[in-house]
Design a binder for this molecule. Structure first.
Ligand code: SF4
Ligand code: SF4
Length: 217
């Protein structure tokens, strides 16, 4: 994205990003928004509810938010998070019923950005959602020099996490298609020498095999 903006940023009127409070750290949406701000490029948001997952939170997460604001709908939390970002000028939200349309109109009829306490609570909810669903790779890079196939393991695991969490979105297959075959998850030979040095004890070989199978099917 940095290279693209250096080449073409001067001609861009806006940039459409996958942006929501979960992807704020998970997909480094924050870094992307900050980079666009350097170029003065406004943001159009897609997937504000993470494909609908942020409209229907697990009971415990929803209860945490409702204890702060009992009258607030769960989707409104995600939209109000976006209202805290001055770079966002358009939010594209898929709606499948008149009730959802009415709820969204209610939410956007006035600006109500999250306050500090609300934002903290929401990002904590995001951490909880991710802990349950993704591999805890910290991108420390210890494993890379141990891979006989020269795989960029942390980047592949980041894509794997995205693919698992989004239950098969298009981003990971698109990113993998830009890699040569010998750098894809299917190139892993299962030697597990990466696992011997991973401080997070991630079963990397299993993740690579699962990822290869998922993107093929
Ligand atoms: S198990 Fe796969 S990813 Fe890990 S070192 Fe061996 S080839 Fe590389
Ligand atoms: S060693 Fe483990 S935590 Fe570190 S980058 Fe590799 S997989 Fe991720």
């Amino acid at each position: 994205m940095r290279r693209f903006l250096a080449a073409y940023g001067g001609g861009m009127e806006f940039c459409q990003l996958q942006l929501n409070y979960l992807d704020w750290t998970f997909q480094d949406a924050r870094g992307k928004v900050e980079l666009l701000a350097e170029y003065g490029i406004p943001v159009w948001v897609m997937e504000p509810l993470g494909g609908g997952r942020l409209a229907d939170l697990p009971e415990e997460s929803a209860a945490r938010l409702q204890s702060l604001r009992p009258d607030e709908g769960i989707p409104a939390w995600a939209f109000r998070f976006l209202q805290t970002l001055p770079e966002v000028v358009v939010t594209l939200s898929g709606m499948s019923s008149p009730a959802q349309l009415e709820e969204n109109i209610r939410t956007f009829s006035r600006e109500r950005p999250l306050d500090g306490e609300e934002k903290k609570a929401l990002l904590k909810v995001a951490d909880g959602l991710l802990e349950r669903r993704v591999l805890p790779c910290t991108a420390c890079h210890y494993c890379i020099s141990h891979c006989p196939r020269g795989l960029d393991i942390p980047s592949l695991l980041a894509l794997y996490n995205e693919h698992s969490f989004s239950e098969g979105g298009f981003l990971a297959p698109m990113a993998l298609s830009a890699l040569p075959a010998d750098k894809q998850p299917g190139a892993c030979i299962g030697c597990r020498s990466c696992e011997a040095v991973c401080p997070q004890q991630i079963k990397i070989s299993e993740a690579m095999a699962d990822f290869a199978q998922k993107v093929q099917s």
